[in-house]
Design a protein around this ligand. Structure first.
Ligand code: PLP
Length: 436
């Protein structure tokens, strides 16, 4: 086994902050390499020692409208002089209403009710509670490889990395079915021999729990699980199954939503129609904001059944509204689709060239590259992934891991063709060095 590559240390100022951080921050945070943020603009982030990096992370799929976007900053500043917090659970305020109205205008017509919160996990938590409340059923289904958050309800749905759940039992009533992870088909099928065993498995799980299930929770494209894109038919069959069994079909679009895949929701890209949608990350334009979305028929619960302190925060809503408007006005969804295809194509070429790349998959600017020891064994290339991420960073490109040995490519949607090609070139240089 190769020795684990040690990333080159960052500059002195960064090292100082890292040392102080290690003394006081919870050690549970998941830092892949030593990077200390100082400032960011557009497609670039600068570290504390003044180095500039091309950002292919969007600070974890958040900065879809680009860093320090002037249109967003203008609205934040405007609202700052008027007040920061209105207590939206107890008082009415126009800004959160305007945000909700705009959010709904981007969604399929059937959605007309929104619950606002502050994070992805809260947006899933609200969906989970709503599904149980509406159906009166205790159990839910979710998928292996899924990441829905880390509070106790959403953590019960999560089934991605063992460390996220170990020591936190007991969980709420959730069963997990296999996801359509075709590159690593749990039934060892190839596209030519596939008979949608994953759909049959899901059906079996539903039948085993007949009458007990409130909902099926799913990510249209698994995020933390490795940027895994299932076949459209898998999700369509899952939806049919939910309709037949009176279960709510709950899409977690926290990472895949907000135009990342070329449409506002990845569910639209995948031609499915969920009953409840959970969103966060990019919809806040860089501020903490979560939204749980449903029709009034489903989001019909009494006063006090669910509320919070910070949902509808004025600064978050000002930023979120400006971010959504900016993306829409500048047609960035089209850019996500177009530039995403260019990147996917470049990465496919690298797959043919390098043994280390087992799979390339994605929609729009949500692209995963899975690294393997070799194409035949498909063994996860754990150390190699770390090395590639470190080397890419040292060469000025920020990338993040996903799943066991995948790398996610999720740049801000403002990315130009030139920046996409520059980033894939740097990635290739890093790959080349690690492949030696
Ligand atoms: N759901 C999905 C699909 C996510 O990717 C994440 C975070 O990565 C979450 C939920 C949890 O969001 P948060 O970290 O804001 O609680």
């Amino acid at each position: 086994m190769k020795p684990k590559y040690i990333c080159l240390p960052p500059g002195k100022k960064s090292i100082d902050v890292i040392k102080r951080d290690r003394k006081v921050s919870s050690p549970s945070l998941t830092r892949e390499f030593d990077f200390v943020y100082k400032k960011a603009k557009g497609m670039h982030i600068y570290d504390l020692d003044g180095r500039k990096y091309l950002d292919f992370t969007s600070s974890i799929a958040v900065m879809n409208a680009g860093h320090s976007n002037p249109a967003i900053l203008r609205e934040i500043k405007k609202q700052l002089s008027r007040g920061t917090h209105a207590g939206f659970s107890d008082f009415y305020a126009e800004l959160p209403v305007k945000f909700i109205e705009y959010l709904l205008s981007l969604l399929p017509k059937k959605f007309n009710k929104v619950f606002l919160s502050n994070s992805g996990t809260e947006s899933v938590e609200a969906a989970f509670k709503l599904a149980r409340y509406r159906t009166g059923k205790k159990w839910s289904l979710a998928f292996e490889g899924a990441f829905h958050g880390r509070t106790m309800g959403s953590l019960s749905l999560t089934q991605s990395n063992k460390v996220q759940k170990k020591g936190f039992e007991p969980f709420l009533q959730v069963k997990h079915a296999k996801f359509a992870y075709c590159y690593r088909c749990p039934w060892n099928k190839k596209p030519e021999t596939c008979s949608m065993e994953c759909s049959a498995d899901l059906k079996k799980k539903v039948n085993e729990n007949k009458g007990k299930l409130a909902a099926l929770f799913f990510e249209p494209i698994q995020g933390e699980g490795g940027y895994v894109v299932p076949p459209i038919e898998f999700l369509q069959e899952a939806q049919e199954l939910c309709i037949k069994n009176g279960m709510l079909f709950c899409a977690d679009e926290v990472q895949s939503g907000c135009f990342r895949t070329g449409k506002f929701l990845a569910s639209e890209t995948m031609k499915i129609s969920p009953d409840i949608v959970s969103m966060s990350k990019a919809i806040g334009g860089g501020l903490p904001l979560g939204a749980t979305i449903a029709s009034e028929k489903i989001m019909d619960w009494p006063k006090g059944a669910h509320a919070n302190t910070f949902g509808g925060n004025l600064i978050a809503c000002a930023a979120g509204h400006a971010a959504l408007e900016f993306i829409k006005k500048n047609n960035l969804q089209e850019n996500a689709e177009k530039t995403g295809k260019i990147m996917l194509n470049e990465l496919e070429k690298l797959k043919d060239k390098y043994e280390l790349i087992g799979d390339v998959r994605g929609k729009g600017l949500m692209i995963g590259v899975e690294l393997v020891k070799d194409k035949k064994s498909k063994k996860h290339a754990l150390n190699e992934r770390h090395e590639v991420l470190c080397k890419a960073k040292e060469k000025g490109l920020l990338l993040l891991p996903a799943g066991k040995s995948s790398i996610r490519f999720c740049p801000p949607l403002i990315i130009s063709k030139e920046e996409a090609l520059k980033g894939t070139d740097i990635f290739e240089d890093a790959l080349k060095e690690v492949s030696r």
